[in-house]
Write a protein that binds this ligand. Sequence first.
Ligand code: NAG
Ligand code: NAG
Ligand code: NAG
Ligand code: NAG
Ligand code: NAG
Ligand code: NAG
Length: 734
Amino acid sequence: MRAFGRLISLLLAGVYFGRVAFAVFQDEAYKSDWQWMNIGEYKCVIEDNHGSFLILSDLGDQSMLSSVNRTDGKILYRRPVPFKAFDLMLVDGGKKMILKVGRGQFELIDTENSFHLGTYVGGFQSSCIPNYSGIRFEGDKLKVLDKITDLEIFHAVLPNEPRTIKYVDTDQVGYLSLLVEHNDFYYYSEYHDGELTNKWSRDESITDIVDFTYVSEVDNNTNMIYSEWNTEGSLNIFRAYIYRVKQNWGRLKHLLVHHKKSPGAILTDILKEDEEETLKQRNLKFGFLKKLIVATKKGKIAAINMENGEKLWAIDTNLSDIIALETAKKESEIFIFTNRGLTLVVDLRNQYEPHIKQKATEFATEKVGRLGSSDDFYLRGSDGSTIMFADNSINDFSSVIVDHTSSSINAYIVENGALHQIWKIETQEDEEIVAFAPRDDAPVSNIGTILGNRTVLYRYLNPNLASYIVGNKKLNLITVNVVDLVTGNIIHSVYENNTLNLDQPINLVFGEHWIIYSYFSHNIVAEQRISVIEMYESLQPNSRVSVGSIVQDALKNDIRPQFVSQSFIFPEVIKEMIISRTKFGITSKAIVLKLENGQITYLPKFLLNARSVEKSKMSATDLQEFMAAPYVSTIPINDNFIITHHRNIVDGNKAKLISIATNLESTSLICSLSHDIFCTKISPSSQFDKLSPSFEKGKLFATIIGLLCVCYFLRPIVDTRKLKSKWLVKENYL
Ligand SMILES: *[C@@H]1O[C@H](CO)[C@@H](O)[C@H](O)[C@H]1NC(C)=O
Ligand SMILES: *[C@@H]1O[C@H](CO)[C@@H](O)[C@H](O)[C@H]1NC(C)=O
Ligand SMILES: *[C@@H]1O[C@H](CO)[C@@H](O)[C@H](O)[C@H]1NC(C)=O
Ligand SMILES: *[C@@H]1O[C@H](CO)[C@@H](O)[C@H](O)[C@H]1NC(C)=O
Ligand SMILES: *[C@@H]1O[C@H](CO)[C@@H](O)[C@H](O)[C@H]1NC(C)=O
Ligand SMILES: *[C@@H]1O[C@H](CO)[C@@H](O)[C@H](O)[C@H]1NC(C)=O
């Protein structure tokens, strides 16, 4: 068993440090992941010197320059520019451009590579206004006129209303090209042989995501199995057994009837390559068929198939202040919260054409929170303190509700249908809460960590915990705190005063019994640090303080955990950090990191081990612990763990990085939602519960059948030999 553990740990460590990729299999890259590469709203469209379109658009509080191939509408490049530009002027024969960044303020950049060349002072004439000379509009017609006589040469009928013309070009002989916007779709058309034909279109409606939710497609088979289990549970053992046999017999009968009682048909069905329908059934069973529902800054609500990124439906709510999307009533409704409270409800029961219902809570809302997994929500007012329920009738809720602002943490309980504050933590002057993470509510599969010498360290698994980081701008330090949500006591507090840079992102996650946080320090050299704190009931192996059979009273909890911590250097700036989620929490956790360069990678939790020490301090038994690796101060980025591959993901201000569990314990869906939308699947402990798509069923069956045949022929020979040797008959080979 120990040898097996060592083998697995060697293998997994080898996977990380070596070149074997378990992350996304090579043959699955660009198949199991997808991306919506958005440009956004086209503020200016011009033609560059290579004949491609150069497009100016917004990107958070900056701008972006994109180049689009005129022939097929594909993006050639997208480059963020560090200004918010409103207008653009080409100069120097198109080699340079002037960006208007404010009233009378201009910046000069190079067209070829978007390098900033300096500030510009002088005259400005926009290059963005389409050149309408020799063109006239009459109703739905666009007429091209002769320069001299002003007579019509040809005309084109424009599609779609309402529309905005973004670009038009004509040679005033027989050629016209046109880029038109309609409902955030951009259509490029060219005039040929008396007709305006659409060459390509780009959908720019689903960009700048403000919030998301998701609904899962229901697998009727799984539901059936669950209902059978429930029935069995209510029967006595014999009747349950008979019930099970009956159900299975029914299934066998169904299989035989389905295949017309031909064993050949059943065998070919097992061996044949996967068809679309079986693939769909399998994805359903694995829980991959989910709809990602997103709300954009401009008020569009869209459902996207998470398997392939296809847009299923979109509705225009015309709301520009959406703050949250939440599912309710067993994922049959979606609540849309705006700055005015609960504003709209989308009914999903008709999955092709969702239905909108108006709601009118008038409450200046800043934040929305859900009470556990119920359908009740609370709203925090824009003054930061008042709290009320989205729906006035409130079911009783027994847990503590914790809400935080940048200056305080407030805890409430529901009593007789009303909220009562139980405690409050406020920050001092110059202080700010820069990160807050309640303990991940994912299931826990293991209560202890087994050491190399087969002793156990018991983990501190109190579910009522949260951690938060307070940043002090004046002293340039952060304090990482762990707070007991029931009592409001701070049970642990550590300082980091490594000359911090509080302008860089600070991230915090709280898994089972550990906290991981990252910050940027410029202590001597600038470096990204990632630290881990682990909590144990006792650091003495085999000593357990809590008693498994007794439920601890959260109010009188006097078990004080013990802490171990360790810190590492990471080579890239970490913009965001989340924990991968799986259905049962058995798969070893991964820390998914969004890097500043737009890539997404992940680190297995065992690499961030708070108990890791240098190799020289590890004994032979220490090395036998599962996944124990000696301490290395710098964690390298392994190319195989970059789950975005060569993709370039462009984010606005802040991306939402999310992880959604599937029915496969090994697999978790990861998405990044912002200006772009990107989704993929990761398997932090390899796909142990799924055969790879290239698994050769045929060869396996052939081998088994071959072996059976060999056995069939060998057996009589062996039997005769045995008999002969018993009778002392010598084999006569001659
Ligand atoms: C634009 O697309 C066409 C057709 O796909 C291709 O032939 C051409 O090389 C592309 N142009 C550029 C600049 O990539
Ligand atoms: C607009 O187009 C006409 C004819 O095609 C051309 O003569 C004129 O210079 C163009 N104007 C600008 C500002 O490019
Ligand atoms: C599951 O069953 C419901 C009703 O019995 C049906 O409407 C639905 O289409 C089924 N879903 C699938 C994926 O077969
Ligand atoms: C949003 O505005 C469009 C056009 O003005 C209108 O057709 C649509 O019905 C509106 N949607 C809602 C939910 O009011
Ligand atoms: C087991 O290993 C741990 C960690 O190295 C050590 O603290 C403990 O004393 C060991 N226990 C025994 C019984 O050897
Ligand atoms: C910062 O660290 C130094 C040295 O580690 C220590 O002496 C000092 O007290 C710390 N400052 C604070 C405010 O914790």
